[in-house]
Write a protein that binds this ligand. Structure first.
Ligand code: HEM
Length: 428
């Protein structure tokens, strides 16, 4: 059956194969995105039966239109995702949280956690996040040469979310181990032992969250967990929803921000003139972070389920039950939306990227991620005169979560104590 006015071009499927199932796509997906978008901004693939949206206006429309929503179960049967990973994901019991819900359920689930991400609440974290950034920067300054992913980009978001949730200091090492083990099987080709460890970690993490919940119920604090427990006790959240929400906040909040910091640093290192501009002007920190989100988007793709038949850009007709993969990384490089999209410009005006999605599921943690990244880049430019690669960066496998495993850097610190702790005020 012909599904679409935009024909399922074999060329487009060949591009998709290179994008989703080869290292070429993982190394540099952007030329493939351009070629795919030029052929068909919305394409129905014969490889896996899914639709792929690579044009900005189609992607935004799909994220905003109520004809599209979430499937009751995570859809992972995408071309390039190995069968063992599909089975692993499908074995997991569904976790009922906002990210898998459609309106009106979605509003209740999101509403239960929303209080934790209000602007005033996030702003109140500024000085604590500044201290955590400073601690990492002190360590980097002392080391001189270090893997910035291990010393800064990895630990910082986990420390921040631990504080936000109220994970006690003494539990954080174990907590970190569990979170890292849980997501390590998200690689497209996880070794069997990583899959087993991830499953065990996921169970342990759930048990740990349940213990934390009991402790908070006995002794509430001023943290997000206490707030969620209150919602549960007030009847707004079921027990499974409470646990699922905590685990969602962990999974959504940690590796994404890590990837933003790593990808952003690498973009600066590859564009020394842009690093020079940023180092020379603190007012560029906020737009530079937006440009990092656009230029090398941490979450490259998300899925939507077609809830009722709908026609989109170019006459593509999608039927209820279809799945659409929204290629956020491709939309963010669309030349019909962004002027010279392959140029990394830390001062880019009107940067309305889709890195945090759009519409109903717009990232709840966007403000927190921005705060963390702005404080990191603000701190780096204040503390160090020069950053340079000290080895080859290693990219994480897979396209969906685009980030680095390691980023070895040589960092030249400014001399004098006055450079420390000024940056918390400089961020816009
Ligand atoms: C650079 C960092 C981040 C990026 C690029 C990012 C990106 C995204 C994207 C694309 C979505 C939409 C997912 C979908 O519709 O399927 C999303 C949703 C979400 N994000 Fe983030 N995120 C980041 C950081 C964070 C942080 C720090 C938190 C919280 C601690 C967070 C919490 C969430 C939650 C709870 C949702 C689900 C919202 C809903 O379903 O209503 N994110 N994020």
């Amino acid at each position: 059956m012909v599904r679409t006015a935009v024909t399922a071009e074999p060329q487009a499927d060949e591009l998709l194969h290179r994008l989703l199932a080869t290292t070429e796509g993982q190394t540099d997906p952007y030329p493939l995105y351009h070629a795919l978008r030029t052929l068909a901004p919305v394409h129905h693939s014969e490889l896996d039966g899914m639709w792929y949206a690579s044009g900005f206006s189609a992607a935004r429309r799909i994220l905003l239109d109520p004809c599209f929503g979430k499937a009751p179960r995570l859809t992972i049967r995408r071309h390039g995702v190995p069968e063992e990973r599909v089975r692993m994901i499908e074995r997991r019991p569904p976790r009922p949280s906002m990210i898998t819900a459609n309106p009106p359920e979605h509003a209740r689930l999101r509403g239960a956690a929303k209080g934790a991400f209000l602007p005033t609440r996030i702003e109140s974290l500024r000085s604590r996040v500044t201290s955590l950034v400073d601690e990492s920067l002190d360590r980097l300054a002392a080391l001189g040469t270090a893997d910035v992913m291990a010393e800064l980009a990895g630990p910082l978001p986990l420390a921040v979310i631990s504080e936000l949730l109220g994970v006690p200091e003494q539990d954080r090492t174990e907590f970190r181990r569990l979170v890292v083990a849980m997501v390590s099987s998200d690689d497209p080709h996880p070794p069997p032992e990583a899959v087993e460890q991830a499953e065990a970690a996921s169970v342990q993490l759930e048990e740990y969250v349940l213990d934390l919940v009991s402790a908070r119920r006995a002794c509430p604090g001023d943290d997000v967990l206490s707030m969620l427990v209150e919602q549960h006790d007030g009847g707004t959240l079921a027990a499974a929803e409470l646990t699922a929400t905590v685990i969602l906040l962990l999974a959504a909040g940690v590796f994404t921000t890590t990837n933003l910091i790593g990808n952003g640093l690498l973009a600066l290192l590859h564009h020394p003139s842009q690093m020079g501009r940023l180092w020379g002007d603190p007012a560029l920190v906020a737009p530079a972070v937006e440009e990092m989100l656009r230029y090398d988007t941490p979450i490259q793709l998300i899925n939507r389920h077609v809830l009722s038949d709908v026609e989109v850009e170019g006459g593509a007709r999608l039927e209820q039950g279809d799945t659409v993969v929204v290629l956020l990384g491709a939309a963010n490089r669309d030349p019909t939306w962004f002027c010279e999209p392959d140029r990394f410009d830390v001062g880019r005006p009107d940067n309305g990227h889709l890195a945090f999605a759009w519409g109903t599921h717009f990232c709840l943690g966007a403000r927190l991620a921005r705060l963390e990244a702005q404080l990191v880049f603000s701190g780096l430019r204040e503390r160090f005169t020069r950053l340079e690669l000290a080895g080859e960066p290693v990219r994480r496998a897979g396209l969906a979560l685009r980030g680095l495993e390691t980023l070895p850097l040589r960092l030249e610190a400014r001399s004098g104590p006055e450079c420390r702790r000024r940056h918390s005020q400089n961020v816009v």
